[in-house]
Design a protein around this ligand. Structure first.
Ligand SMILES: Cc1cc2nc3c(=O)[nH]c(=O)nc-3n(C[C@H](O)[C@H](O)[C@H](O)COP(=O)(O)O)c2cc1C
Length: 261
């Protein structure tokens, strides 16, 4: 087997983390984790060797890799390092995110050997892909891991890796300007500060937890979902309407994981 299996992921509301870990469990190797969800974890340059494997997982934001992450990924280098690409989306669509993720990392010295698009509860609401990844999703993730293990054994025996083809189109889906919005804090706030210390963008003020910099907020909803007092919510009418539209349109059909090997 390869020397080291690594997990590199951002997961604001923990769905990506669950799937990445279950894939690793299916591969069955001890892992080294690089959880890059918090700003402090995205300071260092990372480089991986040719005898390592990295599972790289990100949530889908507007059909793409989250933009601020593409800036950080410039600092993650491979050296003919084998990689598994994973995107997790909220049952709407993942559009060009997987192709973009593959392009970024293959441009940085990684070689894609497998990829997957899985489904996680939508960051904006518990009414879309509620409770996912569920048992079936996690089973699919484990089985995907086992297939990756077989492929790695095969690669190591024959030394040949065919170009990985994933779903997605060029040009990638256009990134549209979005009006800055930020969560508000209600009177239930207990001043614990979890929202501030857990914000992936450092958008919540570390002294006055009610102050959120809307220009930094990425609407990942980590603060909303992690708040033990249910005190944070995005209340802007446009956001509420957009979220309701997603529920109306995309909660009827259950999407299933897709894998590419
Ligand atoms: C800003 C933003 C944009 C999103 N865009 C999409 C999207 O285009 N398609 C989709 O199905 N889900 C979308 N989602 C939902 C997330 O991809 C999904 O909930 C994912 O499971 C979150 O991963 P995490 O729990 O690891 O943060 C979006 C979420 C956020 C916060």
């Amino acid at each position: 087997m390869d020397k080291q299996l690594n997990l590199l992921y951002l997961s604001a509301t923990d769905t990506t983390a669950k799937i990445v870990k279950e894939i690793a469990y299916g591969i069955g190797e001890p892992v080294k984790e690089y959880n890059i969800t918090l700003p402090g974890d995205r300071q260092k340059e990372l480089s991986f060797h040719n005898d390592e494997v990295v599972i790289i997982g990100v949530p889908v934001y507007a059909g793409r890799v989250p933009e601020f992450l593409t800036e950080y990924f410039v600092n993650v280098k491979g050296n003919h390092t084998k990689a598994v690409f994973l995107v997790v989306y909220g049952n709407r669509d993942y559009e060009d995110a997987l192709l973009e993720l593959e392009d970024i990392f293959e441009g940085n010295g990684f070689i894609g050997i497998a990829a997957g698009a899985f489904i996680g509860e939508h960051s904006y609401t518990g009414k879309l892909a509620a409770g996912r990844p569920d048992e079936d999703d996690l089973k699919s993730a484990r089985e995907f891991g086992m297939k990756i293990k077989d492929k790695l054994i095969n690669i190591n025996a024959h030394g040949k890796i065919e170009k990985l083809i994933v779903k997605g189109n060029y040009p990638y889906k256009e990134r549209k300007y979005q009006q800055p919005v930020a969560p508000e804090t209600n009177d239930k706030c207990i001043n614990c500060g979890i929202c501030a210390t857990h914000c992936p963008k450092g958008a919540v003020d570390l002294v006055n937890f009610r102050v959120v910099d809307a220009t930094k907020c990425i609407k990942c909803c980590r603060c909303v979902k992690r708040c033990p007092a249910n005190a944070k919510a995005i209340n802007q009418e446009s956001f509420i309407q957009f979220t309701q539209g997603l529920i109306d349109k995309f909660s009827i059909t259950r999407h299933e994981p897709e894998i590419f090997l």
